[in-house]
Ligand binder design. Structure first.
Ligand code: LLP
Length: 418
């Protein structure tokens, strides 16, 4: 199961270590639940994408774990940021990213976000007819137009984005109209944007999308005399959360996108565009482990419940998407996993179950559980349900840990009340 954990993870005398630190020490120093990130894993994944797409412009989809320290770390690896809101834009600016390193997208961007994007000098992805005029009056100069080409990605329907009828992007005829509208307004239309979905572990939907994009670009050339200099192929590269899910070889997935673009453009006799990629979860998902403390154990009617000190407030994915996770008994990892356990969250609803079935050593109150592959879309989608403060996050490397987000307190929550 260690292959689901960060690269630095190992078990020493029954205890999980990440970044050279034992799970017990991490839990004692920083409390639980705790998001633990392995710096080495993030850097390696970032390099894997870069090596698979040499020369591409890379931006990290910050929504996957919005955090200033991680934005800075990835900037050291040459990554800008894809930001989906004014808040994410502010995080990226706080991390010191410049406008040229930012791509601003969203299907309902407020004027304030367009103005902030313009002020920073960021590239803006137009997502609707009429938005070009709002972007131009906000002072935006350079844009992409997001195309939706009717490809149904093989993933959970909540994270499909490129199908017919999607709320994102525009079908081909509208793309052509928006390109014209934007050019008439004096905007520089640098290129096109597609993002077909998330958690894609094979190359089929990217390939199909890019082939259709080749046809669309040929139409743009023939009908508008315009062709993109930049092609943003989005993100969506999967992370494996349980061993039953297919492996998602990041380098190979990215290489396939690069190859598809080359083929599609060559087939239509088009000049090769510069490529932009927006991986999110693929950079941070495997790097993150969540540590929980078991608070109580119940054995009822054939079900063993281990109730932990977190749940759907720190990771809503199981409740929202039926996402599967697994766990390791982090301080008893060498004991035989003889009991099938359901890991319950602490929140006041029956749907708050983090893991349906995982084999563990017979659990006891006080045990530590480590849930791997939780670096993506956990904190970013977290809530304060039941007035629960959000966990802290630490970055670990070579035996050192650094808090990159402090734990919220009840006083933080009370400070919002009037
Ligand atoms: N580019 C665009 C335009 C996006 O909308 C997204 C994610 C990405 C890139 C990055 O996708 P990634 O490489 O991380 O798959 N909350 C869901 C995922 C929503 C993804 C939203 N867009 C989940 O927990 O699975």
């Amino acid at each position: 199961m260690l292959e689901l954990f960060p690269e630095s993870a190992k078990v020493e005398r029954g205890e999980l270590e990440v970044g050279g630190l034992g799970a017990r020490e991490l839990a004692e120093r920083f409390g639980t639940p705790l998001y633990v990130f392995c710096e080495e894993t993030i850097r390696r994944r970032a390099r894997e994408v870069r090596e698979a797409a040499p020369g591409a412009q890379l931006v990290w989809a910050a929504k996957s774990f919005p955090n200033v320290a991680l934005l800075r770390l990835l900037a050291e690896e040459g990554y800008g940021a894809l930001v989906a809101s004014l808040g994410e834009l502010a995080f990226a600016r706080a991390a010191g990213l410049s406008g040229e390193q930012l791509v601003v997208h969203g299907n309902a961007k407020p004027d304030e976000q367009l103005r902030a994007a313009a002020e920073a000098g960021a590239l803006v992805v137009l997502d609707a007819e009429g938005e070009a005029a709002r972007a131009a009056s906000a002072g935006v100069r350079r844009v992409l137009v997001r195309a939706t080409l009717g490809v149904e990605a093989d993933t959970h329907e909540a994270v499909q984005t490129g199908h017919h009828g999607s709320k994102f992007g525009l079908p081909p005829d509208a793309v052509l109209r928006v390109i014209e509208e934007a050019r008439d307004l004096g905007l520089e239309v640098a290129g096109l944007h597609v993002h077909v979905g998330s958690q894609l572990s094979d190359t089929a939907s990217h390939e199909e999308t890019i082939a259709l994009l080749g046809q669309l670009v040929a139409r743009c050339r023939d009908e508008l005399g315009w062709a993109p200099e930049l092609l943003d192929a989005g993100g969506g590269f999967a992370v494996r959360h349980v061993l039953e899910e297919p492996e998602a070889p990041l380098g190979a997935l990215v290489r396939s996108v690069v190859g598809s673009v080359e083929r599609a453009f060559a087939e239509h006799g088009l000049r090769q565009p510069a490529l932009l990629l927006e991986p999110g979860r693929a950079l941070v998902g495997r790097a993150g482990v969540t540590l929980y403390r078991v608070r109580s154990v119940k054995r009822l009617d054939g079900v063993t419940w281990a109730a932990v000190d977190g749940g759907m407030s720190d990771n809503p994915r199981p409740a929202l998407y039926g996402a599967r996770y697994t766990a390791l008994s982090a301080a008893r990892a060498d004991e035989p996993a003889t009991e099938t356990v359901s890991v319950a969250g602490l929140h006041c609803e029956s749907g708050d179950v983090l893991i349906d079935d995982v084999a563990l050593p017979p659990p006891r109150a006080g045990d530590l559980l480590a849930v791997p592959a939780t670096g993506g879309y956990t904190l970013g989608m977290s809530s304060n349900y039941n007035a629960t403060p959000r966990p802290a996050a630490v970055l670990v490397r070579d035996g050192n840990a650094r808090v990159i987000r402090r734990r919220e307190t009840i006083d933080d929550l009370l400070a919002l009340e009037q």
